[in-house]
Every structure is written in structure tokens, then in C-alpha cells.
Design a protein around this ligand. Structure first.
Ligand code: 6PG
Length: 237
């Protein structure tokens, strides 16, 4: 299978890529609001998005018509430092963006599987996603689709029927909640935010390789909308 078509945009610094990425995402959200009266944004967590979140939070769009959810979540409460909900609330849902509605993936359920069922109910009314913002790990994972998950074959397929899945993977740290591959790939716009040369190498080899596909390749192969990759070198320390 030939690699999916994507638009590669390189910038000189993390600040520059964050602002350009935020401007492009804001434009897509504004178009969604104009077309359908609502925009659904799903964002990844981790360490890369911080500047992007802060830049996007100031965008002059109709945030009261935007629904924000997560691409994935660690199975920890929103007070926990590893919580993607905490990261989004503190860095994205501030200023103008505080007017957006937030739909979390985490809930205080008796298991991550029960939380995934509850999140599936909450997320299903948001689909299809207008803008999905992905990150990438050095193992090629995206969202919480980890290559070392016991059910990785299922996770990287389009067979999932529930929009939110529970994931157990040794490299994931805690149990995870993730949007299923079909949900991500059916987003109208997919943005991938990459920083550093190592991750650029991981992405380029994923695009060059034949199966077995790493997760980011599986997701982008199935993508129905535009794919834009925003890259910058890591912060010079
Ligand atoms: C998460 C993310 C995950 C992330 C990659 C990269 O919950 O960690 O959603 O998919 O995008 O792990 O994370 P960094 O930006 O921290 O390198």
C-alpha cells in the first residue's frame, strides 16, 4: 500500500510551529461552525501540545459552538499530573476557549473498560470529528494505540465498533482510554504535531515501510480527510 498523501509543514522553532498549527486548526474549526453550526475538536495530550494549546486558546472563533474532547486519556483522575484532561483544561480551555464545551474520556468507573463504555456513550454524539490533533511516540504510536498492546492487531484495524476503547500496554504506563482508529481516521481533518529529529525519523520510516505498519501509519492509511503534518526541531536548550 502506498503511503497516504499528507501536507508536510516545517517551522524553525516550537513556538513558530505552535502558532502556525493553532492558526490552521482555528481556521478549520471556524469553517465547521460556518458550515454546520458546530465544531468538534479532539486533541492529544503528552508534552508536545502545550504551546499549541496556549496559542489555540486565544483564537478569535465562536468557542461557544466548539466541543472539545480528547484523542486519548490516561486512566487517572483529572487532578492527576498525568491527566490529559488536566493538561487541556489548564492550557487550552482558558481565555476565549474557556467557552467551549469539554467532553472528557475519564470517569470514576470501577474499571477502565467501564470508563470506556461511558466515554463511548458521551463521544458518539460528537462524531464525525471535525479536527483531530495527533501526536506520535518514538515507537510510532499515536493516540493510545500502542504497538505492544496485547490486542494491537484489533486496535490497528478498522474493526472497532465502539468509539472509545480501553487499552492495556506495557509501554503505556497506566491503562488508557483511546478513540478507536475508525473514529480518528474518519475525522474531517487530521493534524499531526511532531517535534524533533528523532520523531521525524520515526514518521518518515513509518511512511516508507510496508507492513507490519506502526500505529501512526495504520491511522493515516485509513484517514478519509486531509492530513497535515506540522514539524519543528526541538527547543534548543
Ligand atoms: C498521550 C498522547 C500520546 C502522545 C504521544 C507523544 O496521552 O501521551 O495522546 O499519543 O501524543 O505519546 O507524546 P509527547 O508529546 O509527550 O512526546
Amino acid at each position: 500500500m502506498s503511503a497516504p498523501l499528507y501536507d508536510w509543514k516545517a517551522f524553525a522553532s516550537p513556538d513558530a510551529v505552535a502558532q502556525a498549527h493553532a492558526d490552521a486548526v482555528a481556521d478549520r474549526l471556524g469553517e465547521a461552525i460556518a458550515a454546520r453550526g458546530r465544531a468538534v475538536l479532539a486533541v492529544s495530550g503528552g508534552t508536545t501540545p502545550m504551546r499549541f494549546f496556549r496559542a489555540l486558546s486565544t483564537a478569535a472563533i465562536g468557542w461557544e459552538k466548539v466541543v472539545v474532547t480528547l484523542i486519548d486519556e490516561r486512566f487517572v483522575p483529572p487532578t492527576h499530573d498525568r491527566s490529559n484532561e488536566k493538561l487541556a483544561r489548564e492550557n487550552l480551555l482558558t481565555g476565549p476557549a474557556a467557552s467551549a464545551r469539554f467532553v472528557p474520556l475519564y470517569s470514576q468507573a470501577e474499571s477502565v473498560e467501564a470508563a470506556a463504555r461511558q466515554a463511548s456513550e458521551a463521544v458518539s454524539s460528537l462524531l464525525p470529528i471535525d479536527v483531530a490533533v495527533l501526536g506520535i511516540g518514538t515507537d510510532g504510536h499515536t493516540a493510545s494505540l500502542f504497538p505492544d498492546a496485547a490486542n494491537a492487531d484489533f486496535l490497528l484495524s478498522t474493526r472497532a465498533r465502539e468509539p472509545v476503547l480501553a487499552v492495556h500496554a506495557p509501554s503505556a504506563g497506566e491503562p488508557r482510554l483511546t478513540l478507536a482508529l475508525p473514529v480518528i481516521s474518519q475525522s474531517r481533518h487530521v493534524f499531526l504535531h511532531i517535534e524533533g529529529d528523532e520523531k521525524r525519523g520515526v514518521f518518515e520510516s513509518a511512511m516508507a515501510e510496508e507492513p507490519p505498519r506502526v500505529p501512526i501509519r495504520a491511522v493515516l492509511d485509513a484517514a478519509v480527510g486531509e492530513i497535515a503534518v506540522y514539524w519543528a526541531p526541538k527547543e534548543r536548550t
